[in-house]
Design a protein around this ligand. Structure first.
Ligand SMILES: [Zn+2]
Length: 239
């Protein structure tokens, strides 16, 4: 879904990917107050707020999703007992990359939240792909977004990572074989036939498995803060 600027026009299009959705909740945590926080809800809330900010800055914004759904309509073999299958996740992710390409986007920002078994672990990290022809722009985008998130949120700075490093393959099923994030990575016949064609980064602003960070991620004021940080990071990337 494409949205025109509400103020001015910069002739730039940003593709916002709210991670997960529908039968794919992503990481599920609990706020300090005991409220369940699902990654898929927090990503959509941040993406929607960021869309408003960017349109007001003069960007065209294309959204991967606007509701609590996967981007694809799951076939009968892509869900099992109310959960999305790995083939469903794969097709959903390649479709998100295809949407970004169809949009002719100048930048792709995939919004996720982190999770870990130890609830005391927290902080901000951002991933990019170093194997693409536009790797330098990927790195610049990741650096800008990470710096803006750390400045605004004050959470521990876990740094930027390339998507072939240790932490990233766990983000996608079968990622160990491919070794990259599907939405950001290079072509791989039969797995990623139409890779994203613009600078991209995947942000993990906070850990929803950390109760104090889940409180921020699940709260409208916290989501607005994250959106403002991502807006500032994109402005720095482009101008
Ligand atoms: Zn995620």
């Amino acid at each position: 879904m494409s949205f025109a600027p509400t103020h001015g026009h910069l002739n730039k299009t940003v593709f916002l990917d709210a991670g997960h959705g529908g039968l794919d909740p992503g990481v599920v945590g609990t706020s300090a107050g005991g409220r369940m926080v699902q990654e898929k809800d927090a990503t959509l809330a941040v993406a929607t707020r960021l869309m408003t900010l960017l349109r007001n800055d003069g960007y065209v914004v294309v959204m991967a999703r606007m509701q609590d759904t996967t981007v694809i309509k799951l076939s009968s073999t892509e869900s099992n007992a109310g959960a999305i299958t790995s083939s469903g996740v794969h097709r959903d992710l390649v479709t998100r990359a295809a949407c970004a390409n169809a949009a002719g986007a100048d930048a792709l920002v995939s919004i996720h939240f982190d999770g870990f078994s130890d609830p005391t672990v927290g902080g901000t990290e951002t991933f990019y792909d170093a194997a693409r022809p536009f790797a330098a722009a990927n790195r610049k985008l990741a650096t800008s977004l990470q710096a803006a998130l750390v400045a605004r949120l004050g959470a521990p700075d876990r740094g930027i990572w390339t998507d072939d490093q240790l932490a990233a393959p766990a983000l996608t099923i079968s990622g160990k074989t491919y070794g990259h994030l599907i939405e950001l990575g290079p072509p791989s016949s039969g797995w990623v036939d139409n890779p994203s064609q613009m600078p991209g980064a995947l942000v993990e602003p906070l850990f929803v498995t950390n109760p104090s960070e889940a409180t921020i991620a699940g709260d409208t004021a916290g989501q607005e803060k994250i959106a403002q940080a991502l807006e500032a990071g994109l402005q720095k990337f482009f101008f």
